[in-house]
Write a protein that binds this ligand. Structure first.
Ligand SMILES: NC(=O)c1ccc[n+]([C@@H]2O[C@H](COP(=O)([O-])OP(=O)(O)OC[C@H]3O[C@@H](n4cnc5c(N)ncnc54)[C@H](OP(=O)(O)O)[C@@H]3O)[C@@H](O)[C@H]2O)c1
Length: 101
């Protein structure tokens, strides 16, 4: 039975591989932040959506788009993540806050 997947970071690496794999038999919403990948994701058979994980409004818009297309999500795979590495006392507070969105 077809499942609904939402995959962020879908334009390269493990995210792109997962989109290719799951799009064969399922409905896959594939997140991109660079518009040059939008058509490629369509050609794979996924439904592309714009998302920038560092922008709260963009995340809300992406969720709104997905909810307008489906009434359920079976699996969310958040490949796109934000990490701030370093000694905590040396990290700018702004960078830490951005990584917590
Ligand atoms: N590869 C490894 O050995 C390894 C090891 C440990 C952990 N990880 C973690 O596993 C995850 C996947 O690794 P990978 O090698 O497949 O990574 P990757 O090839 O660099 O792919 C990352 C994906 O996330 C997207 N992305 C990054 N920042 C984003 C943001 N702020 N908003 C929206 N999309 C964003 C990228 O889009 P753009 O094309 O727009 O940049 C890309 O599609 C990463 O979080 C990585 O840190 C990887």
């Amino acid at each position: 039975m077809e499942k609904i997947y939402v995959i962020t970071g879908a334009t390269s690496g493990i995210g792109k591989a997962l989109v290719k794999y799951f799009s064969k038999d399922n409905k896959v919403f594939a997140g991109f932040r660079n518009r040059k990948y939008e058509n490629e994701l369509k050609e794979i058979g996924a439904i592309p959506f714009y998302i920038d994980m560092e922008n709260e409004n963009s995340i809300a818009d992406a969720a709104g788009f997905i909810m307008s297309q489906t009434n359920k999500v079976d699996t969310l795979i958040n490949v796109a993540g934000c990490v701030v590495a370093g000694a905590i006392e040396m990290l700018p507070v702004k960078d830490i806050k951005n990584s917590l969105i």
